[in-house]
Ligand binder design. Structure first.
Ligand code: BJ8
Length: 402
């Protein structure tokens, strides 16, 4: 049976340290930006001397506040994120404990937007033009913080796409320099590219260990590292990843053979572990996650030998998000990973009202069927009302694979 990673136990401590560090940074007037998506290159933010936290919400208790502004049939990730920002009077109501780990970080900023501890620390939201729900939510967010929107080509494979995206990244580079007063030079970018590539290599090393049969680590532990990666400083994250890799590589081989599962689909923001918990509780081994809280966050390094802006544009435009069209490289990637991780079955996970990933399910299913790999589709939200029913379906799927 895969062991729990003891490195994961250090995550909470690291997270608290990070919040204190950000509060301190703010006191010293260091700029902090909040992001919601992998298409925003960290390298440019860090090269400008700013800090970055991700603002994606994975909890259900912030959704009612959002529904005062957003239609109910918007995806839970958008509602949870927005609700955490506009939420009022809900402090301490989370099953995970108080919303703010510090006494009152909200006092550093607009106290009316204090439900999300990260939001109270940021100077600017760096948004991106991905799905409609996010794009329109960002417009409402402008009432709470300055918002910069990074545009993206919608057809990443078209001949003009790369040049357009590179131009957008140049504009973003200038905007970040203006925010912090630090010029984003090529030398600073190259240093940050090397640092981010190192983090990507460590994730790749950790995933490499999961190819073993049976895998040496629990998928839910790896997911926690993936979820918290966007809150930690690069140094703190790299330290945790190194010890996780060492632990995984030294772990004694387990004996129990369980169905090897790939999770594929929507990201699972911090606080959202419902489906992976069910899969592992019911007897599956999650060995790889094809999502933005998975391989999409670290696959493909930035080419360190090239001009940094070209190399960044080339790497980031290849992220196979379902917001893009066509998105063949996502399907190809799923098949390649299913083979490399010797996957027995795929759990295709989507959030309700996420049209991109829900519609793309058809293509993924067809490709997997062609490769003889069974797939179970689960469309859900952040609530627990369907947990039992999902459990029954997952159990039947795992029995079929065993
Ligand atoms: S690169 S997956 S992080 S956009 S789940 S809000 S797509 S309706 S989160 Fe994403 Fe960037 Fe793409 Fe990754 Fe919309 Fe779907 Fe909701 Fe989503």
């Amino acid at each position: 049976m895969p062991r729990g990673l003891s490195s994961v136990d250090l995550l909470e401590e690291a997270y608290e340290r990070r919040i204190r560090e950000l509060v301190e940074s703010r006191r010293k007037e260091k700029k902090v930006v909040g992001t919601f998506c992998l298409y925003v290159p960290d390298e440019i933010i860090f090269a400008a001397g700013a800090d970055r936290v991700i603002l994606c919400g994975g909890r259900s208790d912030t959704i009612p506040a959002a529904e005062e502004f957003l239609p109910r049939n918007v995806c839970p990730l958008v509602k949870s994120s927005f609700g955490a920002i506009v939420g009022r009077d809900r402090e301490g109501s989370s099953p995970e404990g108080p919303l703010s780990p510090l006494d009152n970080p909200g006092s550093l900023r607009d106290p009316g937007s204090g439900a999300c501890p990260h939001f109270s620390l940021i100077d600017m939201v760096v948004a991106e033009a991905t799905c409609d729900a996010k794009k329109k939510m960002y417009e409402l967010l402008e009432e709470h913080a300055p918002v910069y929107v990074l545009d993206l080509p919608q057809k990443p494979d078209s001949p003009e796409a790369l040049a357009y995206f590179k131009g957008e990244l140049e504009r973003f580079r200038a905007a970040m320099g203006e925010l912090t007063g630090t010029e984003v030079t090529d030398a600073r970018l190259k240093r940050e590219i090397r640092r981010s590539n190192e983090t990507r290599r460590l994730f790749q090393r950790l995933y490499e260990s999961r190819r073993r049969e049976p895998p040496p680590v629990k998928g839910t532990d790896v997911l926690k590292l993936l979820q918290k990666q966007y809150f930690l400083s690069p140094e703190e994250l790299q330290g945790l990843l190194r010890s996780a890799c060492d632990e995984a590589e030294k772990a004694a081989p387990g004996r129990e053979k369980k169905p090897r599962i790939m999770l594929s689909g929507c990201p699972m923001a911090g606080g959202n572990t419902k489906v992976p918990d069910i899969i592992e509780d019911r007897g599956g081994d999650i060995v790889v996650e094809e999502s933005c809280t998975g391989t999409r966050s670290f696959e493909n390094l930035v080419d360190e030998a090239k001009d940094p802006m070209t190399a960044l544009a080339e790497r980031y435009i290849r992220i196979p998000c379902a917001c893009m069209t066509p998105n063949k490289r996502r399907v190809e990637g799923i098949l390649e990973m299913a083979d490399r991780f010797r996957v027995d079955g795929v759990v295709y996970y989507t959030l309700q009202s996420c049209h991109g990933y829900n519609i793309e399910r058809h293509r993924v299913q067809k490709a997997l069927r062609g490769a003889g790999i069974p797939m179970l589709a689960i469309e859900t939200d952040y609530g627990d009302s369907d947990a039992e029913q999902i459990g029954i379906r997952v159990e039947a799927f795992l029995e079929m694979l065993a």
